[in-house]
Design a protein around this ligand. Sequence first.
Ligand code: FES
Length: 292
Amino acid sequence: MNPTTIFAVALIATGVLALAGILAVAVRRGNEPGPMTAAELDRKALERDRSRRVEPTAEAPSAVATLERTETETETEAGPAEPPVDPMLQRVEVSENDYGVTRRQFFNRALLAVWGLFLAQFGLFSLAFLWPKLKGGFGTKVNAGKLLDIKEQLFDGATIVPLHNNPAQAWIVPFELKLLEDVPGNSFENLPFLIAGGEDDGIGIMAMWHRCVHLGCRVPECVPSQGFECPCHGSKYNIHGEYEAGPAPRNLDRFAVEVNDAGELIIDTGNVVQTPRAKNKTAMYPQGPFCV
Ligand code: FES
């Protein structure tokens, strides 16, 4: 199972669990007796008071009698007392324990749970998006095949025919190693990992991302002009991806490359290298009519 599938399964499982939790709480609430009405609460408080009432004795007058005497004294001192209030109409404080979970609390908690679920899913999706691919494809090291086979396809006589590699989203082009010395100040000085092979015939290989560095359009090759020409806004690059014209701010981006022990070209699409607009270019452009 690839990581995306694992994350999708985890998301669905989280959603199902959260939904089950909310339903379980709702069902439990449905089976419980609902909150008491005010009249029921008043009646309950009245019964509780009656059960606590102690019958008066000669030595110990009842609390009610004491209260009545106090009221009479108070009335004498401070004028007529308030008329007695019917116990059925008295407000009774109800503790949270007596009341249980209110409907408002339930909905607040459900809302919080939904928000939590949403944030968790957002976080997981972000993680899945940023997670490096574990099994091949763009973002990893792509095996482009035997270097010798690739080189055979790159030339039509003296004309260079760039080779496209779909999994790596890359244009593969040849690069004469002696240009590194012949063109001082070129864009690839001190970046040897951008060119692979060529120890035997002096022809190395470069892999350039096919994405235009202006606004990201896919840049096609133009064999007649020996370059790459973007159809979106007309940026132009020579056969080595060096900037030639248009709004592009730099050369085409490229990937680190290497040749493994089996003689295969490995394109590391997780290692993208940007280079500034070339001052001293390593290829002539154009060498024929433009395509764009
Ligand atoms: S996207 Fe290529 S020139 Fe604008």
